[in-house]
Design a protein. Sequence first.
Length: 175
Amino acid sequence: MQAIPVADRGTPRGIERRIRRMGKGLVVLCALLGSACAGTAHAQATSRDSTATLAWNAPGDDGTTGRAARYEMRYRNVAISGTDTTSWWNAATMVSSMPSPSVAGAVDSVSVRGLSPAQTWYFILRTADEVPNWSNFSNIAIRAPYVDATAPGTITDLVNAATVAQTPGAPEPAR
């Protein structure tokens, strides 16, 4: 399996590479987090921390041919209990910014923003045709918590500003 360069992991190019490796016609929902892939911590919550980008291969209108009519994705910070996906779905928040489906086999994606970085998020996708006939629920994509666990560096040069000013050869304190 070919490794995806760190710089591409959270980008649309990296997403497309990951989906291509899964094979055409396979409807798999993937939660791709550039910050988790890159392995770097951030000192404050950013849009990158609170966003999940999800990608999948577009299914067709009739199985794996044509173009479906619409997507519906929902998410929650509560896992599915047992096998009751329908109750979970009915209580979940609908993603309002879903793209129109592409032709079968193309990569589609959406970014869900405003997620609490400290919580686990669960996503499920469904597709409809023009009737609308609805697909089964997709697999569950999970966005793990993104918590900054790295403390700031230790300050080791703290001095009394008055002492620094009196020390010969020491730089003047900032004013």
